[in-house]
Ligand binder design. Structure first.
Ligand SMILES: NC(=O)C1=CN([C@@H]2O[C@H](COP(=O)(O)OP(=O)(O)OC[C@H]3O[C@@H](n4cnc5c(N)ncnc54)[C@H](OP(=O)(O)O)[C@@H]3O)[C@@H](O)[C@H]2O)C=CC1
Ligand SMILES: CC(C)CCC[C@@H](C)[C@H]1CC[C@H]2C3=C(CC[C@]12C)[C@@]1(C)CCC(=O)C[C@@H]1CC3
Length: 334
């Protein structure tokens, strides 16, 4: 039976490289690119079809930062497919990033230099904003929109005879200290990206707890440090011109400077090949690369506890209920 995979944020970077690599793995796969910008999606599909002319590539328009769009996309996916084997929750943003230069130079000459250069801990601050749904944009895009999508697609995902796999693109920047149950949307802090990725890790753990028995499994991946639109957005292009050669050198000392979207997608593709029962719900699968350019995957235990994950899950369900009710109210007025 042909496998079905949906990839959010498939129009560029790691998502686009993942699509190419999935087709290399299994040319018979039914691949669905779920993208915000349809012009970019059409162009990505056209590029894939040049290499894989006989494949089925579907397009779905979705803005995971808009509740209305997520609900519409979920409806369309349910109309098109009877089941989903893989749902890659990859779309993500980092809004208005700034590098803290002081922290950078302090960190560079400390024992934590490698840690700083691989996780960006304390190095990148951001300014978030509020969406039309009244939520923090980074939280809604990186986590909540995807969470609602999963809930809406449950009939396609929770089929015991046909297990499904959720695969989240998390980050090494996910940090417990940047997440709080009291302000889980991170409206008060300056590290909304880190908070949203930590929230992703918690969500994956708790989804496994609740849904494994119904045939739904969830995993988290860290693609490493990859040069994509998101990373290029952190610094001006002339600075990157200077930094990129240094980063290729750093690659010899750390396995997580994967640098290209192809390398960054390694763990995402590796999970595509694994037996679901063999996976550990408490680890993050890191895309790594050896100094000689060989890709491999390293599982690393996550810094979280299941109790916090459960409380957070209940908060997410409550928020979903409230947002859906508000949306219904607005539609009744129209
Ligand atoms: N690059 C890196 O070093 C790392 C990246 N990641 C994660 O990898 C994932 C992919 O990012 P990356 O490839 O680097 O960056 P890109 O900016 O290249 O890709 C991000 C993708 O997400 C899409 N997207 C953004 N916002 C929305 C939205 N509201 N609705 C739907 N799609 C949206 C973008 O679409 P559009 O083209 O329309 O903007 C784009 O296709 C992200 O989750 C990121 O957090 C994790 C660790 C490291
Ligand atoms: C080459 C170096 C001497 C200087 C590079 C400094 C920074 C630009 C980078 C150091 C750590 C990097 C990093 C990311 C972006 C680029 C750095 C800040 C991410 C935040 C990109 C998105 C993620 O999800 C995690 C990355 C962690 C490390």
């Amino acid at each position: 039976m042909e496998r079905v995979a949906v990839v959010t944020g498939a129009s560029s970077g790691i998502g686009a490289a993942l699509c190419r690599r999935l087709l290399q793995e299994d040319a018979g796969i039914r691949l669905c690119l779920a993208c915000r910008n349809m012009e970019k999606a059409v162009a990505t599909r056209a590029r894939l079809l040049v290499t894989f002319p006989n494949t089925q590539i579907f397009l779905i328009q979705v803005d995971v930062g808009s509740m209305e769009s997520v609900l519409r996309a979920a409806k369309e996916i349910k109309q098109r497919f009877q089941r989903l084997d893989y749902l890659y929750l990859n779309a993500g943003i980092m809004l208005n990033p700034h590098i803290d230069c002081k922290a950078f130079f302090r960190g560079l000459f400390s024992r934590r230099a490698v840690h700083m250069l691989t996780t960006a801990e304390g190095l990148v601050t951001q300014e978030d904003r509020v969406t039309a749904d009244g939520l923090q944009e980074v939280f809604q895009t990186n986590l909540f929109g995807h969470f609602v999508l999963i809930q809406q697609l449950e009939p396609l995902l929770s089929q015991l005879e046909n297990p499904s796999h959720l695969i989240w693109t998390s980050s090494s920047n996910a940090r417990r200290s940047n997440f709080s149950l009291v302000d889980f949307q991170h409206s008060q802090g300056k590290e909304s990206y880190s908070s949203s990725k930590y929230a992703t890790d918690l969500t994956s753990v708790v989804l496994n707890k609740h849904f494994n028995k119904q045939g739904l499994y969830s995993s988290v991946v860290c693609p490493g440090v990859v040069m994509t639109n998101m990373t290029y957005g952190i610094l001006p292009s002339f600075v990157w011109k200077l930094l990129i050669p240094i980063m290729w050198l750093i690659r010899f000392f750390t396995s997580t400077y994967t640098m290209t979207p192809y390398n960054g997608a390694e763990a995402l593709v590796w999970l595509f090949r694994q037996k679901l029962e063999s996976l550990d719900p408490l680890v993050k699968y890191h895309s790594c690369i050896s100094p000689w350019g060989k890709n491999y995957v390293e599982p690393r235990k996550m810094d979280l506890d299941e109790e916090t994950a459960e409380i957070f899950y209940q908060n997410l369900l409550e928020l979903e209920r409230q947002v859906l009710m508000r949306l219904e109210g607005q539609q009744n007025i129209k």
